[in-house]
Each structure stands twice: as C-alpha cells, then as structure tokens.
Design a protein around this ligand. Structure first.
Ligand code: GRF
Length: 219
C-alpha cells in the first residue's frame, strides 16, 4: 500500500521537496496527494505544481478567526483522502479541536532537539545558549505546541564560528534526511501513536530514535 500524504506548508518548501524526491525515487513508499499553503506566495506551491501535485491555498488572513480558517482547511483536506497530514514549515498554530480530530495522523518537523528550543528562532537561541549540539525533531502533533510525543531526532554538532545561517543550513540538510525516513516508517505501518506514547515496530519508544548528521563528528 502506498501511503497518501497531505503536506501543509507556509514557505519555501524545502522539506516538501525532500519528501517529493523520496517519493519519486521510491525510497519513501508514499504519494503526496495534495499540498496546502496558508500563504499564497509560498515557494513550495511551485515545487508541488512542478511535481504534478494538486495545490490549494487557504489564506489565514481571509478568515475572522482560527476556527473559520480551520474549517476551510478541513474542507480542503476532506476533498482528498489522506492517511497522514504532514506539517512541513507550516507556521500556524492549530487549535486543540483540530489536533484532536487528527490525533495520530498529524506530524511535524521542528528545527531543534526538543524539548529544547520550542518556538521560533531556534538556531539563534541554540547559539546564544552555547549548546554543543543542535538538530531537528519529528513528533506527533498534540495540543502542546512543539510538545507532542517525539518520534526521532537528528543531531548536528555546533561548530566553532557557526552563525545562525551556517547552523540553520546544516540543520536543514539534516531535516531533509530525517523527515522522509520517519514518514517511511509511517507509510510501512511501523509507526503509531498510542495514548501519549509512540510505537515503532510494536515496541514503545522510551526515547526518540537518534540519528547523527552525515559527515558530522561527535567527538
Ligand atoms: C524547517 O526548518 C522546519 O523544521 C520548520 O520550518 C522550516 C521549513 O523549511 N518547521 P522549508 O519550508 O521546509 O524549507
């Protein structure tokens, strides 16, 4: 079975690009069935269109409140059946109702080693905190923003002289490996959310699966 993914974006869509590439090359047994952006100018919409994936824009500025926005978002999701909703740089906070409706079928990627640095400007904050390692996390989405059960992380050592931009670039490259890998687990039926815990291959994860970024040394 090929898993059907709906991908939600707000911007350039480089994670979407990595997912589309993994689908096209067969490393991810899935199909992106639609891409929805809350921003009409999101670069990821062009990537989707170039790959022949249907796109939709649900512009949050056109709605009186979050619930109206989500009603429209839900209508787009309902138009195409999917197995998993993939947040890939989607910059809107979703309501507890929306998240509950899609519990276990909604995942996000965040550019930090959660629970460290939830929210925005993670690379700046990691450098300011002087951490030795930064990275990215994939988690099931629950009502806690950037706080849902963690599935996997990829660790990226901070290098001397790193700026927020150089660190962000290495973390982003790592994200592009991490997200298709985790989506592949879901697509193969290996990954599930049960209560507040993550099941992988029928075993509870005591901690998120850890990856090291290629070419990085941890010593
Ligand atoms: C990524 O860093 C992702 O972790 C975060 O938003 C960024 C999206 O980048 N949630 P892109 O649009 O996938 O290039």
């Amino acid at each position: 079975m090929t898993a059907r993914l709906s991908v939600l974006i707000s911007g350039r869509g480089s994670n979407l690009g990595a997912i589309l590439h993994a689908c096209a090359t067969g490393t991810l047994p899935a199909q992106v069935v639609q891409v929805i952006s809350n921003r009409p100018q999101a670069g990821g919409l062009d990537l989707a269109a170039a790959a022949g994936v249907p796109t939709a824009v649900v512009d949050h500025r056109q709605f009186a409140d979050r619930r109206d926005f989500e009603r429209a978002l839900q209508a787009q999701l309902d138009a195409v059946s999917c197995d998993l909703i993939v947040l890939a740089g989607f910059m809107r906070v979703l309501t507890a109702d929306f998240v509950a409706r899609h519990r276990g079928r909604l995942v996000n990627i965040h550019p930090s080693l959660l629970p460290d640095f939830p929210g925005l400007h993670t690379h700046e904050r990691a450098l300011a905190a002087g951490v030795a390692e930064h990275g990215a996390s994939v988690h099931f989405v629950t009502a806690a923003v950037d706080g849902g059960p963690l599935i996997a992380q990829i660790r990226v050592p901070v290098q001397a002289g790193d700026t927020p931009d150089t660190l962000a670039a290495r973390v982003l490259a790592a994200e592009h490996r991490l997200y298709p890998t985790v989506l592949g687990w879901y697509a193969q039926g290996r990954l599930a959310l049960a209560g507040e815990r993550v099941l992988l291959d029928g075993l509870w994860l005591a901690a998120p699966v850890q990856f090291a970024a290629a070419g990085e040394r941890n010593d």
